[in-house]
Design a binder for this molecule. Structure first.
Ligand code: KG4
Length: 283
């Protein structure tokens, strides 16, 4: 997730800290304030499904061609539909924080599909024009609300971030879903309203984890943050410390969600706190 945020600096050399980043992919939604390299404050995160997962499931249930993943298929079909035709409710309206939830919207979409007797077994290419229209309306209505949720969270996150770092100029939007033109256009409006600038890495970089991670390695290497290489011959009982889930930064106090903290008790310290501890040791 750090690499998703930093890759923007590979193409936009002018992008200086502090900046904000919205990371939207198949597995994560994350809003962070990047104060420096390795210094992140988490403003919001997903409490259940990520937006990309919601795009993928909606596409599958609508019988779309999943060869390029569900997101691009929904984006394309949504252009034919009426985004106002189905009134899905915006997730977490009553929670005045920056966390994300897409599980409920997924259920709303599934129920809408079932009530219209859409058969996912019939691929969209074989659907009657009325059936196609009905699927397009669902795709467009889903996309509108899925992105409205992003817009609301970004609005609030910008407010919070400007309180912490008034000099912020940029919001980076990265991750697979950031290649969506509708998402970009809507977020561009939110950002402009707050006199900020949107930075979107090109789709080729948004999806190439190899490039992203390599670039993040270079960023840390340049400031002298690296471990010595492993021994050429490792002893057989050498143990790696694997941490499958660990936060990027500490949670912003105002955004702390009770429900989430209870569910996902933090076992591991954040990347930011590890880097800070090692910096203190050096001094
Ligand atoms: O960041 P990413 O490549 O990797 C993982 O999360 O593993 O994101 C993949 C996600 C998928 O859910 C895919 O449907 C979504 O990004 N995605 C899109 C678009 N292109 C990819 N979602 C909406 N619109 C798109 N154009």
């Amino acid at each position: 997730m750090e690499a998703h945020a930093l890759v923007a600096r590979l193409m936009e050399r002018e992008l200086q800290f502090p900046f904000m980043a919205l990371l939207i992919s198949g597995g994560h939604n994350l809003l962070i304030l990047a104060q420096g390299l390795g210094q992140y404050i988490q403003l919001g995160t997903s409490i259940d499904d990520a937006i990309g997962e919601a795009y993928d499931k909606t596409a599958k249930w609508l019988g779309l061609d999943m060869r390029r993943s569900g997101g691009p298929a929904i984006e394309e079909l949504a252009r034919e539909g009426d985004a106002e035709s189905i009134k899905f409710s915006i997730p977490m309206k009553q929670h005045k924080d920056c966390n994300f939830s897409y599980a409920g919207l997924k259920t709303q979409v599934r129920l809408a599909i079932e009530s219209r007797n859409i058969n996912a077994e019939i691929p969209i290419s074989c659907a009657s024009s009325q059936d196609r229209r009905s699927r397009a309306d669902i795709a467009a209505s889903f996309q509108r609300v899925a992105v409205l949720h992003l817009e609301e969270r970004c609005e609030r996150a910008i407010e919070w971030a400007l309180k912490i770092e008034p000099s912020i100029k940029h919001l980076v939007v990265s991750g697979g879903v950031a290649s969506n033109q509708y998402v970009r256009a809507r977020l561009d409006q939110v950002v402009k309203k707050n006199s900020l600038q949107l930075v979107c890495p090109p789709p080729s970089l948004c999806t190439d984890n190899g490039v992203m991670v390599a670039w993040t390695g270079i960023e840390h290497f340049r400031v002298g943050r690296f471990d010595p290489p492993p021994p050429a011959v490792e002893s057989e009982d050498f143990v790696y410390d694997l941490r499958p889930r660990w936060p990027l930064g500490e949670e912003y106090a105002e955004g702390r969600s009770e429900a989430r903290s209870l569910r996902k008790a933090r076992i591991h310290p954040s990347l930011t706190s590890i880097i800070q501890a090692s910096l203190q040791q050096q001094h």
